[in-house]
Design a protein around this ligand. Structure first.
Ligand SMILES: [Zn+2]
Length: 62
């Protein structure tokens, strides 16, 4: 069985554990059209644009 050669220092251990919960919310980008936040590689839910093209009609936009 593999056994650690050196004891992990408190700093290294705590840095590792601090990293663990950090990856939470970076799945948002700003819409280039209306500046709302939305998920990357998805159409914008507020204006219906994907990139610079209108993909889906949104009610409020006439
Ligand atoms: Zn938008």
């Amino acid at each position: 069985m593999a056994v650690p050669k050196k004891r992990t220092s408190k700093a290294r251990r705590d840095k590792r554990r601090a990293q663990h919960d950090r990856i939470a919310a970076p799945g948002l980008v700003r819409c280039p059209n209306c500046d709302e936040w939305h998920m990357p590689h998805r159409i914008c839910p507020s204006c219906g644009y994907y990139g610079d093209r209108r993909i889906e009609e949104i009610e409020s936009e006439g």
